[in-house]
Design a protein around this ligand. Structure first.
Ligand SMILES: [Zn+2]
Length: 156
C-alpha cells in the first residue's frame, strides 16, 4: 500500500495519506435472509410495511427507521422503479462487483417508500437522468445475494 506523509506548511501538523481495506461479513438476519431468498427463489423484490406510518421499506427491514415500529407485514414491490440519483464510478476498487465504469444509482421501486442502492446496466451515459424509469434484471444463476439483481436497466 503506497502512503505519503507531508507536513502542512506553517503548521505543526502532519498528514498521513493512506488507504484502509476492510473486508467484513455480517449476518443478514431473519428479515434480510428472507429478502435475499425471495430474490433467489422467486425473483421477487420484497419489502416490509410499517403498521403505524404505512411506509414500505425495500430491502425489507425489521424496524421502522421513523417510528421504530416492528415491521412484520411483507409486501411484494414492483421490479420497476424511478432513478432518484446516480453517480458514475471510473476507478477500480477491490469491493466493486464489476469493472468500471460503473453507474451506481438509488432506485425507488414502485410500491416502496425508500430507495435501493444498486448498479445500472445497459445504459448509455448520455441518457442518464434523474427520474428515468428502470427495471431490475435478474441473474440466471442466483445465490441469495443482492447481486441476484444484476442491475437495473432503463425502460424504453
Ligand atoms: Zn413507521
Amino acid at each position: 500500500m503506497a502512503t505519503v506523509t507531508e507536513k502542512i506548511e506553517g503548521e505543526d501538523v502532519w498528514i498521513y495519506h493512506g488507504q484502509i481495506y476492510i473486508p467484513n461479513t455480517y449476518a443478514a438476519g431473519a428479515v434480510g435472509s428472507q429478502f435475499l431468498i425471495s430474490l433467489r427463489d422467486k425473483k421477487k423484490i420484497m419489502g416490509t410495511r410499517c403498521p403505524t406510518c404505512n411506509r414500505v421499506y425495500v430491502p425489507a427491514r425489521s424496524v421502522c427507521k421513523d417510528c421504530f415500529g416492528q415491521l412484520a407485514e411483507w409486501v411484494e414491490v414492483s421490479d420497476k422503479g424511478t432513478l432518484l440519483t446516480y453517480t458514475v464510478c471510473q476507478q477500480s476498487n477491490p469491493v466493486q462487483p464489476v469493472e468500471p465504469p460503473i453507474v451506481y444509482g438509488i432506485v425507488q421501486l414502485d410500491g416502496a417508500d425508500n430507495g435501493i442502492v444498486h448498479m445500472l446496466g445497459e445504459v448509455d451515459f448520455e441518457q442518464l437522468r434523474i427520474g428515468m424509469r428502470v427495471q431490475a434484471v435478474f441473474k440466471e444463476k442466483r445465490e441469495a445475494s443482492i447481486l441476484d439483481i444484476k442491475y437495473f436497466k432503463p425502460l424504453v
